[in-house]
Design a binder for this molecule. Structure first.
Ligand code: AMP
Ligand code: MG
Length: 331
């Protein structure tokens, strides 16, 4: 048991289909547990919100016991309770929010409601220092595709974003159409390695001199190309590779524009899709400093929530417990 007076922040993440808890202190991450609900949602080909909320409810309490045992501390050693307040699925968020709120009340500790997107932005710096600001972030996840200029915590400017589907969504839906399973991103990445040719796909909105994006048309073009050539040899791998390439080309074009516009030469890449090696290699070619989170902190996790809670440990209590829609430029 710890006897010093240092802050120990509990972080709770329940915004989508990962139930995760972590502890963060002055020496960095203390412990980290995660239960992925992928197996439960896989049969439906996507996340079922009601099922996600129920699973969070049944897993969260036993996970806290595991976390405390792993860290070798008592629940009373926790000094702050941080949790994902939004954005996310409201039923799923409310499980974490109510659990966090009850803990804060019961233990007499401050409650910190963090923005999940800001947690992704800081995720490459877990166990490190936040870098000098401003810096740019390419946030690519299942629900978001944005290029963000960060001036400080709670001071984010959206330089560009997808007008419709997120990049992760384009991967997930394409994998589903090709009967490859869920989540699609990692499967597309693996499948693409066996490609033997490139199929022509659009690079949406790249002729426009701005950082706005759109992936819904590319998703449709990919589906049509697959349906047209369904009987061709190796079609799935070829489609997977071509989609990955089209998405990378498009995103890089938009990042280049953002760099030119802001004159900022430090790029952070985060969110589930930042695990993609093809995208990582392509972004590393850019002539600027690029930081990625460790692979285990690309997709949703509580380490980034606990870390952001640590950075925000002086924050006032949230006015409302959860917020399904909560833009990063509105924190
Ligand atoms: P998040 O919303 O941050 O939890 O990230 C989940 C999204 O990341 C899903 O759309 C996944 O398909 C996608 N994803 C995860 N790993 C990869 C990968 N290796 N390549 C591409 N997309 C990925
Ligand atoms: Mg996420």
């Amino acid at each position: 048991m710890r006897t010093n007076n240092h802050n120990i922040i509990l972080g709770i993440e329940t915004s989508c289909d990962e139930t995760a808890l972590a502890l963060y202190g002055q020496d960095g991450l203390i412990a980290d547990v995660l239960y992925s609900q992928i197996d439960s949602h896989q049969v439906y080909g996507g996340v079922v919100p009601e099922l996600a909320a129920r699973e969070h409810l049944s897993k969260i309490n036993p996970l806290l016991d595991t976390l405390l045992a792993q860290a070798g501390i008592s629940i009373h050693d926790i000094t702050h309770i941080a949790y994902t307040r939004g954005p996310g699925l409201i039923g799923a968020l409310l499980v974490g929010a109510n659990y966090a709120s009850a803990l804060a009340l019961g233990l007499g500790r401050p409650l910190i409601g963090v923005n999940h997107l800001e947690a992704h932005i800081v995720s490459p710096f877990i166990n490190k220092q936040l870098p000098e600001q401003p810096f740019l972030t390419l946030l690519v996840s299942g629900g978001h595709t944005q290029i963000i200029l960060t001036h400080g915590l709670g001071r984010h400017e959206i330089i560009g974003e997808s007008l419709d589907d997120a990049v992760g969504e384009a991967f997930d839906k394409t994998a589903k159409i090709m009967g490859l399973g869920y989540p699609g991103g990692p499967i597309i990445e693996q499948t693409a390695k066996h490609a033997t040719k490139t199929i022509d796909l659009p690079r949406p909105m790249t002729r426009k001199a701005d950082a706005m994006m759109s992936f819904s048309g590319l998703k449709t073009a990919t589906r049509l190309a697959y349906q047209k050539n369904k009987d061709e040899d190796n079609i799935r791998a070829n489609i997977a590779h071509s989609l990955q390439e089209a998405i990378c080309d498009t995103v890089i074009q938009k990042v280049k524009y953002a760099i030119k516009k802001t004159q900022v030469e430090h790029l952070v890449v985060s969110g589930g899709v930042s695990a993609n090696q093809y995208l990582r290699q392509a972004l590393k070619q850019l002539p600027l400093q690029v930081d990625f989170p460790p692979l285990e902190y690309c997709t949703d996790n509580a380490a980034m929530v606990a870390f952001l809670g640590y950075l925000r440990s002086g924050d006032p209590a949230p006015k409302t417990l959860a917020q399904a829609r909560w833009r990063v430029d509105d924190i």
